[in-house]
Design a binder for this molecule. Structure first.
Ligand code: ATP
Ligand code: MG
Length: 421
């Protein structure tokens, strides 16, 4: 009886031990398979290691599995960080980019594209591209790229309000799991504008040089044709030649000045300057011209004006150009006042005259190169004076403006920043 009981207990124990062994063996086999699969997916990871002598193989496998999982988590984190970086880069690209999948749905749209394609602000992702682009030519570009799976020639399109000139280029991106059409939108409005300005500039310079040169040619020809013999006529012609040469010299000097200011070659020599004193001395130089037209010159400056850090030669030139205009446009018996005042962190200078004033529609344009108002067409000058003023003031960190006050006349002003106290 005892033997049977003992045999049963031993049998049960052996059975339990075998079951435990079997369980461990299957678990180990499954763990090994999982690890092998993980290693296969990550070939760069270290290969599976045999347990060391005396080490529990299951423990060793579990430790390796834990290590592999940690490695996987690290790789995932890196991938996530990279994805965030790429998304930020995509969103902050200066060019607009729209991604379209083979079914024609928009799958990506960055910030620049959203601002160029006004109206497609919300919910653009997942919508058919014609609903997002809403432009015939852009739709054509994308549909051609989708159809032919090759980049069609780029186009220039006008988008939005205010109108922007956009260079649009569609291409097919083959790297992803399925080909995507990429539409790149480059805003070239500014580029076009500067091109136009440059073209106009060359045309204006040529015109302004040609006019006095033609006059000089005519005067010299007439002198050579016999006018030289008549002393009185010859003297008159020579005086006119001198005027034309003076005009040409002034024009060339102004152009050089403007080019220097615009190209950043001009170096300011800043010193602490008493603007009231500078205005007084500049006004003094204009006294003979003012007297010839019976024009009164005035200076209004509060006594406690702070000094300004500026280049006195350049600001003197700004004042001269403004006074030159005021004197040119103010009729006899008028008045020109230079007003200085402090406005928060800047000092404002206004040149006020009692002339015909500046038409409202020309107020912004008078600072453009070669701009001459309708009334000034026949006056001497090439329309460069205020363009130079604007550049010199901006170089100092200030701004310029013009007003047409209700009482008549013109006010052209500028500010200079005061040094932080
Ligand atoms: N004080 C003013 N009163 C009326 N119109 C003015 C006055 N100042 C400027 N303007 C207008 O602005 C235009 C541009 O002025 P700007 O000084 O740039 O050129 P300009 O005096 O015609 O020529 P430049 O200064 O090159 O000799 C003038 O032609 C004129 O139409
Ligand atoms: Mg002028």
């Amino acid at each position: 009886m005892l033997t049977i009981l003992l045999a049963t207990i031993i049998g049960l124990l052996v059975g339990a031990f075998l079951a435990w062994l079997w369980q461990r063996w299957t678990l180990r086999a499954r763990l090994e398979a999982t690890l092998r699969a993980l290693r296969l997916r990550h070939p760069t990871a270290t290969p599976l290691q045999r347990p060391l002598l005396g080490e529990d193989p299951l423990e060793s496998l579990l430790a390796q599995l834990d290590e592999a999982l940690q490695g996987l988590e690290h790789t995932l984190e890196q991938a996530r960080a990279r994805q965030t970086q790429l998304a930020a880069l995509f969103d902050h690209l200066s060019d607009g980019v729209v991604l379209v999948d083979p079914e024609g749905s928009v799958v990506g749209l960055n910030r620049a594209a959203r601002s160029l394609l006004a109206g497609s602000r919300d919910g653009a992702i997942g919508r058919p591209y014609p609903e997002v682009l809403r432009d015939y030519e852009l739709n054509e570009l994308v549909s051609q790229a989708l159809r032919e799976q090759s980049p069609p020639p780029g186009r220039f399109v006008e988008l939005g309000r205010p109108r922007r000139t956009v260079q649009a280029q569609a291409s097919v991106l083959h790297g992803a799991d399925r080909p995507l059409v990429t539409l790149v939108l480059r805003d070239i409005t500014e580029l076009r504008r500067t091109e136009t300005i440059r073209r106009d500039f060359v045309a204006n310079v040529s015109h302004d040089l040609r006019t006095p040169l033609a006059a000089l040619q005519a005067l010299v020809d007439t002198l050579l044709d016999g006018a030289l013999a008549d002393r009185e006529v010859a003297e008159d012609f020579l005086r006119r030649i001198a005027t034309e040469v003076e005009h040409l010299t002034r024009l060339v000097n102004q152009l050089l000045e403007l080019t220097k200011a615009e190209s950043g070659q001009l170096q300011l020599t800043r010193v602490s300057t008493d603007l009231a004193e500078l205005a007084r001395s500049t006004l003094r130089r204009f006294e003979p011209r003012a007297a010839a037209k019976a024009i009164t010159l005035d200076l209004h400056a509060p006594p406690d004006l702070p000094l300004v850090s500026c280049d006195p030669d350049r600001i003197g030139q700004v004042l001269s150009n403004l006074l030159d205009n005021a004197l040119k446009f103010t009729p006899e018996g008028g008045r020109i006042t230079v007003e200085l005042s402090r406005q928060e962190n800047e000092l404002a200078v206004r040149v006020r005259d009692t002339g015909p004033g500046i038409p409202i529609e020309e107020l912004d344009r008078i600072f453009e190169r070669f701009f001459k108002g309708d009334r000034a067409r026949t006056s001497a000058g090439s329309g460069l004076g205020l363009a130079i003023v604007k550049h010199l003031v901006q170089l100092h960190g200030g701004r310029v403006w013009a007003e047409s006050p209700p009482g008549g006349g013109a006010v052209v002003g500028f500010t200079l920043p005061l040094q932080p106290s």
